[in-house]
Design a protein around this ligand. Structure first.
Ligand code: SF4
Ligand code: SF4
Length: 128
């Protein structure tokens, strides 16, 4: 499964809301897999991923309608947690992030996302 860096957070925060029915169906599918089998191997890529593939905002490979914003969010999480384009075990990298993220870091990473004020991402990710 291919995931872009900031989707390591979104897959934890997801609670059934999204851009349209197709996006939600795909997000349900992906989060079910990684939440049931947290040893799922993910391929971290600095580009559009398996979540973007069913998103109405994806224009083409490596191009989202809000590319500047999503690349900025990707860059921030990548720098904070020294992420690389390689394979990770989902639960290992997510546990590492959860153990090291603070409210200040999360505010910095997610502040540009329109879901941040209205979603349960912050609570789900910061609650230990
Ligand atoms: S606030 Fe946005 S970027 Fe942050 S985890 Fe939630 S959906 Fe993802
Ligand atoms: S908004 Fe952009 S980065 Fe987010 S899932 Fe859709 S295409 Fe991917």
């Amino acid at each position: 499964m291919r995931l872009r860096p900031h989707h390591l957070l979104c897959t934890q925060g997801y609670s059934g809301k999204g851009y349209n029915d197709e996006f939600i169906k795909n997000m349900d599918y992906i989060t079910n897999i990684i939440r049931k089998n947290k040893n799922t191997i993910i391929n971290l890529i600095f580009s559009t991923d398996d979540i973007c593939e069913c998103c109405p905002n994806m224009i083409s490979e490596n191009l989202c309608i809000t590319n500047e914003k999503v690349k900025s969010i990707d860059n921030k999480i990548t720098k904070y947690f020294s992420l690389e384009e390689k394979e990770y075990v989902y639960n290992e990298i997510v546990d590492f992030i959860k153990n090291n993220i603070t409210e200040k870091i999360m505010d910095d990473i997610c502040c540009e996302c329109e879901w941040y004020p209205i979603s349960s991402c912050k609570k789900k990710i910061l609650d230990k």
